[in-house]
Design a protein around this ligand. Structure first.
Ligand SMILES: [Zn+2]
Length: 272
């Protein structure tokens, strides 16, 4: 059976509270051999580390999601560093910017509020980039809404000090070229199976075989034919089937290249 890595899952999510052992068992049965559980704030990051401690094939990423940045301490580096020293922590994240849920600017007051939210997101993002550079850990980057240019500008000073993956990559080939040019990677979710996702399939078609990974982002973004239901790592098999079709390669080749890329990118996967 072809083996795949789910490089981005939220296994601590309340949606998995009642049946996580079965979810992990189904993943194994579907060939999803290694799972990376990603935190979005201090509590969920600590939970990801805890889950990783219970299973040999599960690893953790610790960080502050931009949508939680307003709850973060003034400096997130200290508490994250503590978690990041755990041998099962393979990267910092998810970090980044999210302008998707910003309030609509209909007055100067709301404009000022939006500016402040953006500044907080940028500060928490920059602190995590610094920590990743300092610890030699990779970055898992979240990007949503009209923030692509701002993200690249914030990352530019770090480009030769860090390695990063743009998770749930949802942009077109032009944006992809800019990400690749900076030396970064991308990963694709079950969205590539959606009928309307031509632009993401165009990016997937364009990305070199050794520069992308696969993920579920579960419990969100279940691929077809499970769309709209709770997503789980086992469903990565559906995403892989579509990815092989888009890349015009065999499922075995896709398995070999995406697993090798994940091993190479998340260096600490190899240490275990
Ligand atoms: Zn996520």
């Amino acid at each position: 059976m072809p083996i795949f890595y789910d490089t981005h899952a939220h296994l601590d999510d309340a949606d998995f509270a009642s049946d996580l052992p079965q979810v992990i068992e189904r993943a194994g049965a579907a060939g999803i051999a290694t799972l990376i559980s990603v935190g979005t704030d201090h509590e969920t990051s600590a939970a990801a580390v805890r889950i990783a401690g219970q299973y040999d094939n599960i690893f953790a990423v610790v960080g502050w999601h931009p949508n939680d940045a307003h709850k973060a301490p003034e400096d997130v580096r200290l508490e994250l560093q503590d978690l990041a020293l755990n041998p099962k922590v393979v990267a910092i994240g998810e970090m980044g910017l999210d302008y998707y849920r910003l309030p609509k600017v209909t007055s100067d007051a709301i404009g000022a509020e939006v500016e402040q939210i953006k500044q907080i997101q940028a500060r928490v993002f920059r602190q995590q980039l610094e920590l990743a550079a300092e610890l030699g850990l990779n970055c898992v980057v979240h990007q949503r809404g009209d923030c692509f240019n701002d993200i690249l500008e914030l990352m530019r000073p770090f480009a030769d000090k860090i390695r990063a993956v743009f998770h749930c990559f949802s942009e077109g080939p032009d944006a992809l070229a800019r990400v690749l040019e900076m030396g970064f990677f991308v990963s694709f979710t079950g969205i590539i199976t959606f009928r309307t996702a031509d632009i993401m399939r165009a990016s997937l078609a364009a990305v070199p075989m050794n520069r992308f990974m696969l993920e579920t982002d579960c419990p969100y973004l279940a691929p077809e034919p499970h769309r709209g239901k709770r997503c789980e790592p086992a469903y990565l098999a559906e995403t892989a089937r579509m990815a092989a079709k888009v890349k015009n390669c065999s499922i075995e080749d896709l398995s070999a290249t995406t697993c090798a890329t994940a091993q190479e990118f998340f260096k600490k996967l190899n240490a275990s």
